[in-house]
Design a protein around this ligand. Structure first.
Ligand SMILES: C[S@@+](CC[C@H](N)C(=O)[O-])C[C@H]1O[C@@H](n2cnc3c(N)ncnc32)[C@H](O)[C@@H]1O
Length: 196
């Protein structure tokens, strides 16, 4: 198993227990219908979905997928996990009521292409729900620090970028319905809809 997949859950545990669990619950509490989760990782969101959902997940990393498959054994909703990246989603147009992304757009190689695909697979009244860490623009020295650390961090953390302006990229393609900011704006949670 790769070091990243092996260490992901143990290293994230303190964050998971202290805050991520609460954010995941908050983001996912109203998710219903046909749901696509991109970059499922080890399946940390799985316990927070309503049992009525029909869930599809996509994850490129085979070892992360294997760990998520273990977690999938304990869910009672309909679920299917497939191999792949968010840049090319193997699903028809206008197929999902919700697309979910948590801590993924920081790592996707081509985030703008992923957003285009998310928009394509969402139904006209569908929602894109996300929890992502982003560049902190309001505190300029913090933003610059994020810029400086990103090349090293990206090598250590499987392509993760500390300094992406994800919310701004989302706003280019979607209508942001609501946005919540945490950690001085370094973490955003939002719901976005297609622009019709
Ligand atoms: C920091 S982990 C987050 C995992 C999970 N979403 C969570 O909230 O714990 C980032 C995940 O994004 C996945 N990933 C990387 N590139 C991706 C891509 N192009 N499309 C979809 N997922 C990707 C990684 O394999 C990894 O599982």
């Amino acid at each position: 198993m790769s070091l990243f997949a092996k260490l992901y859950d143990p290293l994230m545990l303190p964050l998971e227990q202290s805050i991520l669990k609460k954010w995941r619950r908050e983001l996912l509490q109203k998710v219903r219908g046909d749901v696509l989760e991109i970059g499922v990782g080890t399946g940390r969101n799985l316990p927070f979905y309503d049992t009525s959902v029909r869930w599809w997940g996509i994850e490129p990393h085979s070892e992360m997928r294997r760990l998520a498959e273990q977690r999938l054994k304990s869910v009672s909703y309909q679920a299917e996990l497939v191999q792949g990246g968010a840049e090319y989603l193997p699903f028809p147009d206008a197929h999902f009521d919700h697309v979910v992304s948590t801590l993924v757009l920081c790592s996707v190689k081509d985030p703008k292409q992923a957003l285009k695909e998310i928009e394509r697979v969402l139904r006209p009244d569908g929602r894109f729900l996300a929890l992502e860490h982003v560049r902190i623009d309001d505190l300029r020295w913090v933003g610059r620090l994020q810029d400086s650390f990103t090349p090293l961090w990206s090598r250590l953390a499987d392509g993760c970028h500390l300094n992406r302006p994800t919310e701004a990229w989302v706003a280019e393609r979607f209508r942001l319905e609501w946005v919540k900011s945490y950690v001085a704006g370094g973490v955003v949670m939002f719901a976005a809809r297609k622009i019709m």
